[in-house]
Write a protein of this length. Sequence first.
Length: 153
Amino acid sequence: MDQFFGKVDGNILPPFTAKDLNGKVYTEKDIMATATFLNFWFAACQPCIEEIPQLNRLYHLFKDSSDIKFFALTFETREASLKFVKKYNVKFPILLVSKETIKTLLLKRGYPTNMVIDSNRSVHTITHGFKNPDHFVLYFKRELEKLLIAAGK
């Protein structure tokens, strides 16, 4: 599985509309905070499933912060997503988008993809297929905290 780390200059999260599992509608503006973490997954993606424990740990670190938001996006149906959440004990918020939207948001990368985005929708970090689960939480914690520091928080 390929892996890409680092700053992604010039990429802005495009406009989109999504729904959470309760039917609440979100736009890209609704998910923005000082730092926003986005995960992209689908139910049949084994590497996506393998990331869930690390995603849960990362989400737990920041779930009470008003400066950091955390979402996972999928093209799965509501029913399939609810089954997935229950089966794999997913703790973080899920947003449902169309397949066309997910293709646009992924910036031509595969699954799983994780992004750290600033309040201006600028993508600062993107990974595809994080190979070292032991460093996953530390890496993204540091990337999110960098944006907080840069914003003086």
